[in-house]
Design a protein around this ligand. Structure first.
Ligand SMILES: Nc1ncnc2c1ncn2[C@@H]1O[C@H](COP(=O)(O)OP(=O)(O)OP(=O)(O)O)[C@@H](O)[C@H]1O
Ligand SMILES: [Mg+2]
Length: 359
């Protein structure tokens, strides 16, 4: 089902149990429980296109001023329509974000065409800041961005290295610089995604090692901007404070992109996409109950947009499985893959937010 087709899913069971997803670009996660040294960094599956920016490409001859270039063909060859099409089909809403991404793609393509005429275009700065509440799609879009920039020849590798403060900042004198440089080394040729970047800077402690990491990042963002794109992510208000305290960082960010909270309708479409990908469908009544669930959930604590939808679906699957096991007799594909109202109604969300609300 297409995300544009609206509300939550077919009234009957979905026919497919497993929907193969389009492979997502690679992500090397340095945060969390994976030690930095074990994080895997792989390159994107797509080979780099031949009209890339980079000097190791065979440069075509400079065109004469009266020549013409086939923008449509270049666009086709780059594969950007494929990335933008997938972005549109697989990510619900996010219109301002999608527009900005399309603009960046167009700029890089036009720049490349200008270069064919010998115009020595200044490499655009593509460091970005993604602000928005939890679960609004920042990490997901950063991955797509890495893929797109790779296809456009702007990035050599197109992988994404996701870090938080702990991956960059050490606890003792002399630890921070090697840590930060190691992360940067891994990210070279791709995107360095710094989640909750403002924690790098602690207002109350000017001797905090975070400022050392910031200094190194600032240098790399300036000197290596043709080989590394840094994306800072986090809440808008904290990011504003961070920029006020670190004007050097602010001046190096070319694109500030804000991710709005999803509407209940968009959350419903996201649920439809996610459940289809898991090989489930909602019965008509369950779709209506899930709409009620979302309307309550958005106002309850710890609401995290699309992430809360994913978590709600996981819990619905658990209840669904328990229900099936509790009932006697044989079951068919329809029962095995259809979420019913009973799988949703026992959620604590329907208790008026009493007790601990699930995230
Ligand atoms: N617009 C969307 N359409 C479909 N799925 C989405 C959309 N936005 C987010 N998701 C899904 O929701 C989940 C959370 O998204 P993501 O991790 O990108 O959010 P985030 O903004 O990085 O959150 P956090 O601030 O908590 O890190 C992912 O599973 C992602 O695939
Ligand atoms: Mg994230």
């Amino acid at each position: 089902m297409s995300p544009a087709s609206g509300w939550i899913g077919p009234s009957g069971p979905t026919a497919r149990l497993v929907t193969p997803r389009t492979p997502t670009p690679p992500i090397a996660r340095l945060a969390g429980d994976t030690p930095a040294s074990e994080a895997t960094v792989t390159t994107a599956a797509n080979p780099r296109v031949s009209f890339g920016f980079r000097s190791d490409d065979t440069e075509p001859e400079v065109l004469s001023a009266d020549a013409v270039v086939d923008l449509a063909a270049a666009r086709h060859d780059s594969g950007i329509d494929d990335v933008l099409g997938r972005l549109d089909a697989e990510l619900v809403g996010l219109e301002p974000v999608k527009t900005r991404i399309a603009e960046i793609a167009a700029l890089l393509l036009v720049d490349r065409m200008r270069a064919r005429f010998g115009i020595d275009a200044v490499q655009p700065t593509l460091h970005m800041c993604f602000t928005g509440n939890p679960g609004t799609g920042k990490t997901t879009v950063a991955l797509r961005m890495a893929d797109l920039l790779h296809r456009l020849g702007y990035l050599r590798r197109g992988h994404l290295v996701s870090v938080t403060r702990d991956d960059l900042v050490g606890e003792y004198v002399g630890h921070t610089a090697p840590k930060t440089k190691e992360v940067i080394k891994r990210a070279m040729g791709g995107v360095l995604f710094i989640d909750e970047a403002y924690y790098l800077y602690k207002v109350e402690n000017e001797r905090d090692y975070g400022s050392e990491a910031i200094e190194i990042l600032l240098q790399v963002m300036e000197n290596n901007r043709d080989d590394l794109v840094v994306i800072l992510a986090g809440y808008a208000d904290k990011m504003d404070q961070f920029f006020s305290a670190n004007p050097g960082m602010q001046s190096r960010i070319a694109h500030h992109i804000s991710f709005p909270d999803y509407t209940v309708d968009e959350l419903g479409q996201i649920a439809a996409l996610m459940s289809e990908a898991m090989g489930y469908g909602f019965s008509e009544e369950a779709a209506s109950v899930f709409g009620d669930y979302l309307r309550l959930r958005v106002d309850q604590p710890w609401f995290a947009n699309a992430r809360s939808v994913r978590n709600a679906l996981e819990r619905a699957r658990l209840r669904h499985a328990r229900r099936l096991l509790a009932q006697p007799g044989a079951v068919g594909l329809a029962e095995l893959s259809t979420i019913e109202p009973a799988d949703l109604l026992s959620s604590r969300v329907f208790d008026g937010g009493e007790g601990q609300v699930p995230r």
